[in-house]
Ligand binder design. Structure first.
Ligand code: M6R
Length: 366
């Protein structure tokens, strides 16, 4: 049932070109520049007039929410707040009938996320669910929603469910932008055409696996690891750090790259691997200066770069190339090598990759 892979996690990492494609099927029409989301189409008018969106989730799903914030604000120009469900539910949050709350959950059974939904519902908000498990509790208590269609995810560490959640949020952002007229049809044609090719680019990212095994060998005995990214690369850094800590038990932190100088830089020495999302996009030059700061303190830099990059290669100890793509799609690509890196490190450390200690696949208690 592991399809020839040693672990479910690896199988699920490798399934991503397919799971992302399944998630987009019947929902995008690149030639027409159209996104169709049957699950939320009845709310098209409401989406035209809302003032804000609140996203609630936990763990990896919360990271997907941060990517969603970036995309919805960028394309649909709706202010978004991303909340940990566990905090939101106990904060007497300010919500009304005007709000849309998007709950993201792979399992559809997470207790804190369900409680956050109930609270938002009581106060009149409209609830959209983004879930993977069909017929689970969250889709049932939501007003509307979009399934991720990633297929069953067995590994406790979420991989293909995350990229599917990000894919749905990308589609939602474009759908909302289309409804609100904040995007030109021609722009949508080119974005959707590129999105349509993402499964092939994810496949290319997977090809770096052997090189990643070499890097994993060099990092496997570290006790700490820092992950840095900017813009939509920041949630990717958080997700990379969570993956590493939960399956390999190496202490890892994700930070917005520019925050390094406000504290974490004090940790950097020759023992500290720093994984940096340094692809060629709007924050490229700034990330390069962050890398220089790390190297000046002898930190070990592992950089995720755009194919063909020369500048970062000169400074970094290791580089992992990913295909060039619009910044909007960076999380879908840059996440892949980080999943593989954590996986190999955990295997080398003899950890139980599919069932890490102290963790359950779905957290149905508070
Ligand atoms: O099923 P959910 O998406 O609601 O689960 C949320 C978190 O418990 C989950 O993402 C957790 O952080 C994973 N183990 C991460 O890999």
């Amino acid at each position: 049932e592991k399809g020839g892979y040693d672990h479910f996690m690896l199988k699920e990492i490798y399934e991503q070109p397919r799971s992302i494609r399944d998630c987009m099927r019947g929902r995008i029409y690149p030639n027409e520049g159209k996104v169709q989301l049957g699950g939320i189409k009845d709310y098209a008018d409401k989406l035209k007039n809302i003032d804000r969106i609140i996203i609630v989730a936990c763990g990896t799903s919360w990271h997907a929410g941060l990517v969603g914030e970036y995309l919805i604000e960028e394309y649909a120009r709706i202010p978004v707040e991303v909340e940990y469900a566990s905090e939101f539910r106990y904060r007497n949050p300010i919500i009304s009938e005007k709000d849309i709350v998007i709950a993201i959950s792979q399992s559809g059974e997470t207790a804190d996320t369900m409680a956050a939904i109930e609270l938002a519902k009581e106060r009149g908000a409209t609830i959209f669910g983004i879930c993977n498990v069909a017929g689970s509790s969250i889709p049932r208590i939501s007003d509307a929603g979009v399934y991720t269609h990633a297929g069953p995810e067995i590994g406790v560490a979420s991989t293909k469910a995350f990229t599917a959640q990000v894919t749905v949020l990308t589609l939602m952002a474009f759908f909302m932008a289309q409804q609100r007229g904040t995007i030109k049809e021609s722009a949508l044609v080119s974005l959707l055409t590129e999105l349509d090719s993402i499964p092939d680019l994810v496949d290319k990212c997977l090809k770096a696996d052997n090189h990643i095994i070499e890097i994993a060998t060099a990092l496997k005995d570290s006790s700490n690891c820092l992950f840095l990214g900017r813009g939509s690369g920041f949630p990717v850094a958080l997700e990379g750090a969570l993956k590493l800590k939960e399956i390999s038990y190496i202490h890892a932190e994700g930070y917005p790259a520019a925050e390094m100088k406000h504290g974490p830089i004090a940790l950097i020495d020759a023992e500290m691997p720093v994984i940096v999302i340094a692809t060629r996009n709007s924050s490229y030059e700034k990330v390069i200066s962050n890398i220089q700061e790390v190297k000046a303190r002898k930190g070990i830099v592992i950089a995720i770069v755009t194919e063909g990059d020369k500048e970062v290669r000169k400074m970094a100890d290791y580089v992992i190339e990913i295909p060039d793509a619009n910044e909007a799609f960076l999380p879908l690509l840059a996440t892949i090598p980080l999943q593989l890196l954590s996986y190999h490190i955990a295997v080398m450390r003899g950890c139980n990759v599919d069932q890490p200690r102290n963790l359950a696949k779905s957290v149905t208690v508070e």
